[in-house]
Design a protein around this ligand. Structure first.
Ligand SMILES: [Zn+2]
Length: 370
């Protein structure tokens, strides 16, 4: 694995230096060196330059690219059948290696294996196998579950239920502040000493990773909760198109807080869309304009009557800003579906476009980068 990593780094540098991104050019440039100097088996050499092409491509495509990427961890990319094979309780690898399987997730056994990644971390090997799983058919929804996001919480609901889930931004921010504290402590006005001390640097990186993990974890769990709720009651999930919101947040001065909020939105969007696909839950994206300032009952403009509380001067409807947003999102989603639900003759919802949740064009500004 160490040889593979060194060979991979050599391949990435060579491909980028030569702008060689085609298989045939990569083969000509690298194959014999990978075989002879790095002693890779034929199959591993091919997988190695394929992986290097993918890394080089994505780096060259990034307009804000920094230094040439380097693979640090120990991991090998394997093609099924040629690079690896699962046989009984063993995984056989190209080059004649065998690893005993001590446990695996059996839920996807019925689906064909595709490429895999073998990772060595913390004294253990893990084989991550990609599976080809058919997309489940989407059910005809009996109603809508609306999702409204704001920086403190996610509000999920419709005219009959409402669930609020706190965001972990403050908790994640705590670790960003710890990192910042270290950077300040080990810096002077003239130079940033913390960069030269590997111990401090490692600690700073650890805090940043911890903050990101908190957000990621929350996004996955929350997406799962939302989609399970919808599936249980056979509802469609509706959310606002957050592109505008994410863009406007990016315009703000760089801060850890905004970076974390943007990251949270993007990751939650990604996982909601993924879970919806995976579970056959219809997904609708609605126009976000004025969802929290229009009366969901009569459409009049609401007036503020207290902290985050609004009232309709026309029909007297009064509620919390977030509940109002949920009701408006539900309403817009229902009208998008043509108002026809539930009845067996209702047409299948077809305009469930797979997702744009402030789709990441670029990374958020600030120090966070996945
Ligand atoms: Zn009203």
């Amino acid at each position: 694995m160490k040889r593979y990593r060194d060979a991979l780094n050599y391949s990435i540098r060579t491909l980028i230096a030569n702008r060689a991104l085609s298989l045939s050019r990569a083969h000509r440039l690298l194959y014999s060196t990978l075989r002879e100097r790095y002693g890779l088996p034929a199959r591993a050499a091919q997988d190695c330059y394929r992986e290097a092409i993918a890394i080089a491509k994505s780096w060259l495509k990034n307009p804000k690219r920094g230094v040439v990427p380097t693979a640090k961890g120990l991991s090998v990319w394997l093609v099924h059948g040629l690079g690896y094979r699962v046989k009984g309780d063993y995984v056989e690898l190209a080059g004649g290696y065998r690893l005993r399987v001590i446990g695996w997730d059996r839920r996807y056994d019925g689906f064909p294996n595709r490429e895999a990644r073998l990772v060595f971390r913390g004294g253990r090997f893990a084989l991550y196998v990609a599976k080809r799983v058919p997309r489940p058919a989407k059910y005809a929804p009996k109603g809508v579950l609306a999702v409204d996001v704001n920086e403190r919480q996610i509000v999920v609901g419709n005219s009959s239920v409402e669930v609020r889930i706190e965001t972990p931004v403050e908790r994640a921010l705590h670790y960003m502040r710890l990192a910042e504290g270290l950077q300040v402590k080990y810096s002077s006005s003239r130079y940033r000493a913390w960069r030269r001390r590997s111990g401090v640097r490692r600690r700073v990186r650890y805090f940043h990773r911890k903050a990101r993990n908190i957000i990621e974890d929350w996004a996955r769990k929350t997406a799962h909760t939302v989609i399970s709720l919808a599936k249980q009651s056979q509802l469609a999930v509706a959310r606002e198109d957050l592109t505008g919101l994410v863009e406007s947040l990016r315009e703000l001065p760089k801060s850890h807080r905004t970076a974390l909020i943007v990251l949270g939105y993007r990751r939650l969007g990604l996982w909601v869309d993924w879970q919806a696909e995976k579970n056959g839950v219809p997904l609708l994206i609605v126009n976000p304009a004025d969802t929290s300032s229009t009366c969901p009952r009569c459409g009049a403009k609401l007036v503020e009557v207290g902290y985050r509380r609004l009232r309709c001067p026309h029909c007297g409807f009064e509620a919390d800003r977030d509940s109002i947003a949920v009701l408006n999102i539900e309403k817009r989603a229902l009208s998008k579906m043509g108002g026809s639900l539930t009845t067996p003759t209702a047409p299948q919802v077809t305009d469930v476009s797979p997702n744009r949740w402030g789709e990441p064009v670029n990374r958020p500004k600030g120090t966070l980068a996945l």
